[in-house]
Design a protein around this ligand. Structure first.
Ligand code: 3PG
Length: 306
């Protein structure tokens, strides 16, 4: 009987776990749960005898892969797989997958939710501003970027996007104006929503040079990864422009400096919250379980990323 571990430091909604269990029961597989663990040793022990693992942002390092003697597949229930050591997995013949698109709506809703929260001064009773008529730049037009555009269109925002991997026609089709450079995107966007993955090209790529180009009332919204931000450049931007706000799904490492020196100009979630809805958990969790079954039963590698 195949053993599948769900290892989630930040647990799924209970309905998601029960859907995962249904998929695995149906295939005749055993489900093992490790939720809310805080010690690496717990993860190392739990992976030791399982055939497959479902994770979220849990770090799947070479050390963890070494401890997983029977592992054949690890599925990241979500989009970003920067938490998996892909090379180490490939070196051991372990397949790594993600579940693209399954939690995108939740992330897009959070991006707009943080924008409204900030535009209304954290609902503190003072007069804020509206999103209607403001320009929104979407940096990378993948699953989340597209949904951000769809929701923001409803708010009457003026939409721009830059994505060298998506054709101008595909962007236009969504009612968004495609731009030719990242510099142009930042120059035109009062609000800028980040949807780039973190990799060797994008790490620390958003800094003072780009942020200083943004128009009056600049607000950077980051539901991607904190590592794409150059934090020295971020602090320099805060220092040089009192109109700048930074809204981020997970705090930057410099959060104490920002909190001390720029109160009222930021909002940071305490944990990564973008995909933290029952719906996103159910969609991504169920997809992960189904991909594991499809891999074992049919050799289906559709969502392999390594
Ligand atoms: C993703 O990459 O899918 C999101 O960042 C969600 O991460 P989470 O599953 O840890 O909430």
């Amino acid at each position: 009987m195949k053993k599948v571990l769900v290892a989630t430091e930040k647990p799924f909604a209970p309905q998601a776990v029960s859907e995962i269990k249904d998929v695995l029961d149906h295939a005749g597989y055993e489900l093992v749960m490790l939720e809310k663990y805080s010690e690496l040793s717990d993860l190392l022990k739990a992976v030791s005898d399982v055939d497959a693992v479902i994770i979220r942002s849990d770090k799947f390092t070479a050390e963890v892969l070494d401890a997983a003697k029977n592992l054949k597949i690890v599925v990241r229930a979500g989009a970003g797989y920067d938490n998996i050591d892909l090379k180490a997995a490939a070196g051991k013949g372990i397949v790594a997958m993600n579940t693209p698109g399954q939690n995108s709506n939740a992330v897009a809703e959070l991006a707009l939710g943080m924008m409204i929260y900030n535009a209304r001064n954290a609902f503190n009773g003072t007069a804020g501003s509206e999103l209607k008529g403001k320009s929104l730049g979407i940096h990378a037009f993948g699953n989340v970027g597209r949904l951000v555009a769809k929701i923001a269109r409803g708010f009457g925002m003026k939409l721009y996007a830059f994505d060298p991997f998506v054709s101008a026609d595909a962007i236009k089709k969504e009612g968004v104006e495609p731009l030719n450079s990242v510099e142009e995107l930042y120059s035109k966007s009062q609000y800028l929503s980040l949807h780039i993955p973190v990799n060797d090209k994008t790490r620390y790529s958003i800094g003072y040079e780009l942020l200083s180009k943004m128009p009056e009332g600049a607000t950077l919204v980051n539901t991607a990864r904190k590592e794409v931000i150059d934090e020295q450049g971020l602090l320099k931007t805060f220092e040089s422009r009192p109109d700048f706000s930074y809204l981020s799904d997970i705090a930057p490492d410099c959060k104490e400096d920002v909190a001390r020196d720029f109160p009222g100009s930021y909002f940071f979630t305490p944990k990564k919250m973008g995909a933290q809805t029952a719906e996103a958990n159910i969609n991504a969790g169920r997809a992960a379980a189904m991909q594991i079954v499809a891999y074992f039963e049919e050799g289906d590698k559709t969502f392999k990323v390594n």
